[in-house]
Design a protein. Structure first.
Length: 68
């Protein structure tokens, strides 16, 4: 599935910065094209569903409340 996003691109010193206007993702590159390609990759990674690398252990704990 493809989705369209809007990118703002500007130059800072030797780098081009590309920022997605719909979601808080940005990237950079030595050329405008490289910055946009890096932004495409960053958006795709940002929108991937999370996959845990470690299964968390669930614990029940007791806490004493009101004791002086």
């Amino acid at each position: 599935m493809k989705r369209r996003f809007t990118a703002s691109v500007w130059r800072e010193d030797d780098w081009y910065i590309a920022q997605c206007l719909e979601i808080d993702v940005a990237s950079q590159g030595k050329t405008e094209e490289e910055a946009l390609e890096n932004l495409r990759e960053a958006i795709a990674l940002h929108l991937e569903p999370p996959t845990p690398s470690v299964t968390p252990r669930i614990e029940t704990i007791e806490v004493e409340i009101g004791a002086a």
